[in-house]
Design a protein around this ligand. Structure first.
Ligand code: ADP
Ligand code: MG
Length: 488
């Protein structure tokens, strides 16, 4: 049995859950699951009272099931808990972060080491300080450092440091540029830091690091005062850069988010992008997301056009979405086009893993388990006519699998990800149902002064006993109110 701690993502929880949004969907779950997983830890991720979608409630269902609205991240936890080899516990990020920041870090270590996999504590697409999840940058960095220590003993996924890297979009873009230039030989829009001389025009777009869901993206034609906006954002960049030069150790400046100016890609804006989910090195699902007036049009892309088929007639389709999602075509054409897209994505994926791992020798890149690679098309920059694929960005999970509109693909991604995590955990750490065994890091796990006894067994540490209650009292003393932990 693999013990998993599932930390809910703070980004998924909204004050007013909107069940019509693409990350919520109606589901039947068992009464037992409802009792086990619906509480303060999952508040904001489920709704049991609702009046819409009545046909769902009145549909035939077994008596021991109940209808609920679930956020897809909670659905993922519940699906994973149904796996015969998984013993899953859910904790909210808020509570987990409190434990992680307690004292000198030993509390986290003792808590975390009760599990084989700690999932979800390190999702950094957005700025967690800005979002109010940490009081300040020091707390956030302390948290990451402690998670790094924990990651030596259990599988912490996504891994703290690399996860942090993906928030720095400029650094990621530089990596993507190298891959496009040296591996796939394809075009990319030019991207630079927004500075005094940068041009914000109809042909460029402003976007910031540490963003998702287009929250920090500005188009010239929808900006009320483009000149002033560009000047203000440029000043914010200059402040960060000047501080980085003067005070290299200043944490705020070091981790400040920069605004970038990027060439506008009309095809990306009009047709949107493919979100290609790559799990354990294989493409599991492709979703087409096209911007519309009020939001996004989202569809499974079972078939795509090949780049050479993107003729003016196809591109002039009155439904921009139908440029991403192929209509018709022979099976041979469809297979060829799909293979070309997959090959491009997998080549980029492999090169990104190599880069990530060459920068942190000995580490295994998070992309080996999961990557969401957002791909669109652009006109070739060389003198040749035609189109190239390019990667707009790479994300590691912070939800949004479009469960409500793409349930088959979303559930496949969830299931494949679990298998990938189990495989990774099994290959990195040894499990034993009776005892915990760690293959490295013989540091002091005797966190609360009372509970753990261990001895050296070759180079393994064996934890023989753990009186968790003692720890709990200690934690309560430090302001931590409730913590659900199974007793050994
Ligand atoms: N260079 C660009 N040209 C045209 N549209 C863009 C460009 N960059 C981003 N967009 C549009 O803005 C959206 C959000 O930008 P993106 O880079 O994906 O940031 P985020 O991480 O906030 O989603 C994209 O999905 C795309 O529709
Ligand atoms: Mg995006």
């Amino acid at each position: 049995m693999v013990r998993m701690l599932f930390i809910t993502s703070p980004g998924s929880i909204r004050p007013e859950p909107n069940v019509e949004s693409t990350d919520w969907a109606p589901q039947w779950i068992t009464r037992q699951e409802e009792q086990a997983y619906f509480d303060d830890e999952t508040a904001g991720l489920f709704l049991t009272e609702w009046s819409t979608k009545d046909s769902f409630v009145t549909g035939a269902h077994p008596g021991d099931h109940c209808p609920v609205f679930l956020h897809e991240s909670l659905l993922m936890a519940i699906r994973w808990s149904r796996h015969a080899d998984v013993d899953l516990q859910i904790v909210s990020f808020k509570h987990f972060a409190q434990v992680a920041l307690m004292g000198d870090g030993r509390v986290l270590k003792e808590y975390g080491c009760r599990f084989d996999i700690v999932y979800g504590g390190c999702e950094y697409t957005t700025d967690r300080v800005e979002a109010g999840d940490f009081r300040n940058r020091q707390d956030e960095l302390r948290y990451i450092a402690r998670m790094e220590v924990l990651a030596r003993s259990v599988l912490v996924w996504p891994p703290p440091q690399e996860s942090f890297f993906y928030r720095q979009k400029l650094a990621l873009i530089r990596r993507l540029e190298e891959v496009a230039e040296c591996t796939t030989w394809t075009s990319r829009p030019k991207t630079s830091i927004l500075l005094n001389k940068s041009q914000f025009t109809e042909c460029t777009v402003l976007k910031r690091e540490g963003s998702d869901q287009s929250k920090r993206r500005i188009f010239h034609d929808s900006c009320r005062n483009p000149q002033k906006t560009a000047t203000d954002l440029c000043k914010s960049n200059q402040k960060i850069l000047a501080k980085r030069q003067k005070k290299p150790d200043d944490l705020e400046a070091k981790h400040g988010m920069l605004w970038m100016v990027q060439d506008l890609v009309p095809e990306l804006r009009k047709y949107g992008e493919y979100r290609v989910y790559v799990v354990a090195g294989k493409v599991v699902s492709v979703v087409g997301t096209t911007p519309t007036e009020g939001g996004w049009c989202i569809k499974d892309c079972h078939g795509v056009y090949g780049l050479t088929e993107l003729t003016p007639e196809v591109l002039a389709n009155p439904e921009p979405h139908d440029v991403l999602v192929r209509q018709g075509g022979t099976r041979a054409l469809l297979e060829k086009a799909t293979k070309a897209l997959h090959d491009y994505v997998l080549m980029t994926h492999k090169a990104l893993i190599q880069k990530a791992e060459s920068e942190s020798p000995g580490a295994s890149s998070v992309l080996r388990e999961f990557a969401r690679i957002d791909v669109s098309v652009m006109r070739k920059l060389s003198s040749e006519a035609g189109y190239d694929y390019f990667v707009n960005e790479v994300e590691i999970p912070n939800g949004i699998y479009f469960f409500s509109q793409h349930s088959d693909g979303a559930e496949r991604v969830m299931d494949e990800l679990l298998e990938a995590l189990l495989t990774s955990a099994r290959s990195r750490f040894k499990f034993d149902d009776q005892r915990y065994k760690f293959s490295s890091d013989p540091t002091n796990l005797n966190a609360l002064g009372t509970s753990m006894a261990f001895h050296d067994d070759d180079d393994e540490i064996e934890i023989q006993a753990c009186d968790w209650e003692a720890g709990l009292i200690d934690m309560e003393g430090q302001g931590f109110e409730r913590l659900r932990v199974a007793t050994l």
